[in-house]
Structure formats: structure tokens, C-alpha cells
Design a protein around this ligand. Structure first.
Ligand SMILES: Nc1nc2c(ncn2[C@@H]2O[C@H](COP(=O)(O)OP(=O)(O)OP(=O)(O)O)[C@@H](O)[C@H]2O)c(=O)[nH]1
Ligand SMILES: [Mg+2]
Length: 441
């Protein structure tokens, strides 16, 4: 059983770089790692938070003749505990030998996310910030990185704490009625409290609704390019990517399967899917299968570009899709009388700026709840909705002046908000969150 009392260590950098950073954290971090490092002073006596050059050694001699040690006494460290970082030579062998030696000295190897879990448990960060640490590392786009940065700086935690404080204030009023029912004090009117509930419900729902933007920024907008055969769908994919990802040919039916690729346009991450051309009366089973896949991909996409040939425009077939459909005409370079609407040439690049602007607008149109660049994650949104629901359930009883039920609703909502920041999170919730971290973080 791993406990918080253990001193732990792990490689903080990816294998193979020029340098490696190995972290040690725990009450015995200084004394245990002192056996492995020699310098002008012993490790426990090193000045705090300074890079100090020395040698990393084992019982047989020197492992790394120039290894920097940094001593960071708690609570002013990442985990809040005593922390030592060793900056040694990277590569495959040296860093591993350093780590092995630390393990031999009685330091336990850290579990995934254990440093951050300790930071959370020691009050260095709330749970939303700890989650942001993992998101900083896994961010697949600049937009996602920016969101993670705001969350890491505590923006979401602050908003949740404000909401919690507001609910606690209302609870104090409600409890006063419950505690002193006979006294001659100024009781709040149910109407006044109901208005406060409604304001809080609206705020919580507004914050929960930023989830959609978060999902788009973190996961990307899915965009499917569909249309009849040979209209230039694969050419458009290649043009958007700036490279030859898909085969282009003048033979209709070139693309058979769906082809996926990722790209960022104006800071918004997109997952692009090129599909097989759609035509009636195919007798080819593989082509039929490809068309079915195209329809399935379009149905699930955030955005569908229905591409047709500007010289022979074809209407959107009206499939049942959840996302926005952009009708686009390609091969405008071949066309004297351009159709009304968005015309491009995947061959020459004409009209691409307008297409990108339309894509961005359609993608960000989904982010109606833009809120100072805060966007909550799915876990937060579920709990925010849970809190709003608990308040909503208390409204009818409040109309009947059932103050006890109003208090129950408030306490339940406060509990839900606490799970977001971690105040009321249970160990199994923490296990789920931190197990997704990488080792060393
Ligand atoms: N003149 C002109 N030709 C284009 C344009 N875009 C694509 N083409 C040509 O049209 C032909 C078909 O292009 P593809 O990109 O393979 O078309 P597709 O829609 O992917 O076709 P399938 O995969 O068969 O459904 C190729 O010869 C391209 O070079 C364009 O904007 N202008
Ligand atoms: Mg194609």
C-alpha cells in the first residue's frame, strides 16, 4: 500500500533527451538522496533552490561526474514536501542508472500523477489545477494549451469558489429562519430567496455550457468533406493540410475509405475527414461501403463541407446530421458563371480565405458561451449541472416556505461544487483523475 509518508522518485523528462531531470519528494528526500550525490557541501546543507554542481555516485564510484542537484525544502515546492531534483546527462543509460540508484537507497518509484496528487493533498493546488497540469502536457493545440494555462492559474477554481461562497451566504439566511423560527428577526421572503436561487442556477448553467467550447478546443472540431465523386474532396483535404495526404486523380471513385488528418486553422484545432464520393446506383460493394462510411462520418461530425463541382452544382442531399453543413463549390477556376455561394478552387487556392473564415465561424458559433476564455471540462460540467439541479428541485418547496428543503438543496449543491475543486472529492475520484497522469508529474 502506497502511503503519503513514503519518499518517492521518478524521471520527470522523456527518455532520450540531452538532459534528464529526476525528482525526489518526501520527508526523507534529503537524507536518502544525500547518499547518492557529492558536492562542495552535502546535499542536506545545499542552499535552497539553487543549482549546485556535483557528482552522482553509487557504492562503486561515479555514475555522472557532472550532475546538478536542486534542494527545495517544503512547503515551498511543487508537492509541498521536501523535494530534490537531479539534472543529469540524458540518453538511455545515465538517467536510468541514476534512478536505479535512488531506488536502491530506499526511495519508492512514484505512481502516475503521484507528485501532483501530493501537491493537491498538501493544498498547493485545487483539483481543477491538478487536472490542468495533465492537460498542459497532453494539449494537442495552442488553443488547448491556453485553456489549460488559465485553468492552471486557478481561474476555474476561483469561479467555483465564488459560486460556493454565494450559496453559503444564502444557506446562512435560510438557516437563520430554521434556527430562530420564533424570534422577532427580519426573515427573508421566499420570493427574495427564490430570486437568489434562480440567479445562482443561471450562473451555474452558464459555466456548465462552456463545456462545449472546452471540448472543441481540447478535442478539435470534426470536419467531414463529403460530396459526389471527382469534385475535388481529396484535393481540398490536401490544400487544407498543405501536403499530399490523400490520392488525387481524375478517375471518379479514387477515395474508397475515410481518410483522417489533424490541422489547426486560426488557432482552432480541426480533425479533418475526407470521404468516398457519393453517387446513385453503384454496383460496386466496396464503393457502397465507402459511401456508407461517408454518411456515418458526416452524421457524427461537428461540421460537414458538402462539396460539389461549380460547373455542375449538386444540392446537399439533406442527410440527417448533428453538425453544421457548409455548401461549397469547387473548381471555380473552370467556371465562367459561378453559382451563388462559397466558391473555391482546391487547385489554385482561390477562395480558401473565405472558406477558412466560414469554417472558423461555424466552429466557434458552437461556442456561444464564450466566457473570458474559461471552458470547463466534462467532469466539471456534470457537477455544475448537478448543483443547478439540486437548487432547481428546491424551488417548488421554497414557494411553500419549506425552508428545510431549501437548505437540503443548497447543501447538496455546495457538495457538488466541492467535488469540482476537490474539497469533497473521494479517494476513488482522485484515483481516477491522477491515474491518467504520466509518471513523474
Ligand atoms: N480545375 C480544377 N481541377 C480540380 C480542382 N480540384 C480538384 N481538381 C481535379 O479534379 C480531379 C478529382 O480530384 P479529387 O481531389 O481526386 O476528387 P475527389 O472528390 O476526391 O474524388 P473521389 O475520391 O473520386 O470521390 C483531379 O484531377 C483534380 O486534380 C480545382 O479546383 N480545379
Ligand atoms: Mg477523393
Amino acid at each position: 500500500m502506497n502511503t503519503l509518508d513514503d519518499t518517492i522518485c521518478a524521471m520527470a523528462t522523456a527518455a532520450g533527451g540531452a538532459l534528464a531531470v529526476i525528482r525526489v519528494s518526501g520527508s526523507e528526500a534529503f537524507s536518502l538522496s544525500a547518499k547518492c550525490w557529492t558536492g562542495s557541501q552535502s546535499l542536506p546543507e545545499l542552499p535552497e533552490r539553487r543549482l549546485c554542481l556535483g557528482q552522482f555516485v553509487d557504492e562503486n564510484g561515479v555514475i555522472d561526474p557532472s550532475c546538478i542537484a536542486v534542494r527545495m525544502p517544503g512547503p515551498h515546492s511543487y508537492t509541498g514536501e521536501d523535494v530534490v531534483e537531479f539534472h543529469c546527462h540524458g540518453g538511455a543509460i545515465c538517467a536510468r542508472a541514476v534512478l536505479r540508484q535512488l531506488l536502491k537507497c530506499g526511495i519508492r518509484h512514484a505512481e502516475p500523477g503521484e507528485f501532483s496528487r501530493r501537491a493537491f493533498l498538501n493544498g498547493k493546488m485545487d483539483l481543477t489545477q491538478a487536472e490542468a497540469v495533465a492537460e498542459m502536457i497532453s494539449a494537442g493545440s495552442e488553443a488547448a494549451l491556453k485553456l489549460a494555462g488559465r485553468q492552471l492559474s486557478g481561474e476555474i477554481g476561483r469561479r467555483i469558489n465564488e459560486a460556493e461562497q454565494a450559496l453559503n451566504d444564502i444557506l446562512a439566511e435560510v438557516e437563520a429562519v430554521l434556527d430562530f423560527p420564533e424570534e422577532e428577526i427580519d426573515f427573508p421572503s421566499p420570493d427574495g430567496i427564490i430570486a437568489k436561487f434562480q440567479a445562482q442556477i443561471a450562473d451555474l448553467e452558464k459555466l456548465a455550457a462552456t463545456r462545449e467550447e472546452g471540448e472543441i478546443m481540447r478535442g478539435g472540431v470534426s470536419l467531414v468533406i463529403a460530396g459526389p465523386p471527382n469534385v475535388g474532396k481529396s484535393s481540398l483535404l490536401n490544400r487544407l493540410l498543405g501536403r499530399d495526404r490523400a490520392i488525387v486523380s481524375d478517375i471518379p471513385g479514387t477515395t474508397r475509405d475515410t481518410i483522417e488528418a489533424s490541422a489547426q486553422f486560426r488557432g482552432v484545432p480541426f480533425r479533418l475527414v475526407d470521404t468516398a464520393g457519393i453517387r446513385q446506383n453503384s454496383s460496386d460493394a466496396v464503393e457502397e461501403d465507402g459511401m456508407e462510411r461517408a454518411k456515418t462520418a458526416a452524421a457524427a461530425a461537428d461540421l460537414v463541407i458538402w462539396l460539389s463541382d461549380a460547373t455542375a452544382p449538386r444540392e446537399w442531399p439533406g442527410w440527417n446530421v448533428r453538425g453544421t453543413v457548409l455548401t461549397v463549390y469547387n473548381k471555380m477556376d473552370l467556371c465562367k458563371d459561378k453559382p451563388d455561394g462559397l466558391c473555391i478552387s482546391a487547385l489554385t487556392g482561390q477562395g480558401m480565405d473565405a472558406l477558412l473564415a466560414a469554417m472558423e465561424e461555424a466552429a466557434l458559433g458552437k461556442c456561444q458561451h464564450h466566457d473570458n476564455d474559461i471552458a470547463v471540462a466534462a467532469r466539471h460540467a456534470v457537477l455544475l449541472e448537478e448543483a443547478a439541479e439540486a437548487l432547481r428541485m428546491a424551488l417548488p418547496p421554497l414557494q411553500e416556505s419549506a425552508w428545510e428543503l431549501a437548505a437540503v438543496g443548497l447543501r447538496s449543491a455546495i457538495m457538488s461544487l466541492g467535488k469540482i475543486t476537490g474539497k469533497t472529492a473521494t479517494p476513488d475520484v482522485l484515483d481516477t483523475i491522477f491515474s491518467k497522469f504520466c509518471i513523474g508529474k
